[in-house]
Design a protein around this ligand. Structure first.
Ligand code: HEC
Length: 117
């Protein structure tokens, strides 16, 4: 899985993300106006932070999978995903809120219309 998002990072942004941190989050600041895409920015965040439960098949009683673009878009459209990742009381992931940057990236991705690439 690490290989996959290292590759995605390389291919889509030309930058090598640091994938060694526990949150798995890219640490670069996204410049204002950057187009956020599932392939370039979002898949690696979901893989690192949501797959422990929202894999396919799901584990730990997660109610849906987010292993593909379509499943992730479906989750955004049918679940309170943005609220869940920003909820300090019952956050997703359950262990605690992700970095502000990861949450901002997902928020921007939603605002920009859920682009795949
Ligand atoms: C440790 C396991 C675990 C991880 C990691 C996890 N989830 Fe969940 N998720 C669950 C479970 C269990 C539920 C169902 C119970 C609930 O809604 O709290 C759930 C429910 C949800 C819901 C539905 C909430 C609702 O009110 O309908 C969303 C949206 C969600 N998760 C998004 C995410 C996202 C996005 C990530 C990663 C950033 C993530 N989850 C990581 C276990 C997890």
């Amino acid at each position: 899985m690490k290989k996959l998002y290292i590759l995605l990072g390389l291919v889509s942004t030309g930058l090598l993300y640091n994938c060694s941190s526990d949150s798995g989050s890219p640490e670069e600041e996204e410049p204002i106006g950057t187009v956020i895409t599932y392939n370039a920015n979002i898949k690696s965040i979901i893989t690192a932070n949501c797959y422990p439960c929202h894999n396919n098949p799901t584990t730990n009683a997660a109610p849906f999978s987010m292993t593909t673009f379509a499943e992730t878009v479906n989750a955004v459209n049918t679940r309170p995903l943005r609220a869940a990742i920003n909820d300090p009381i019952n956050p997703m992931p359950e262990a605690g809120l992700m970095s502000q940057q990861n949450r901002d990236l997902i928020g921007k991705w939603i605002d920009q219309g859920l682009k795949e690439k």
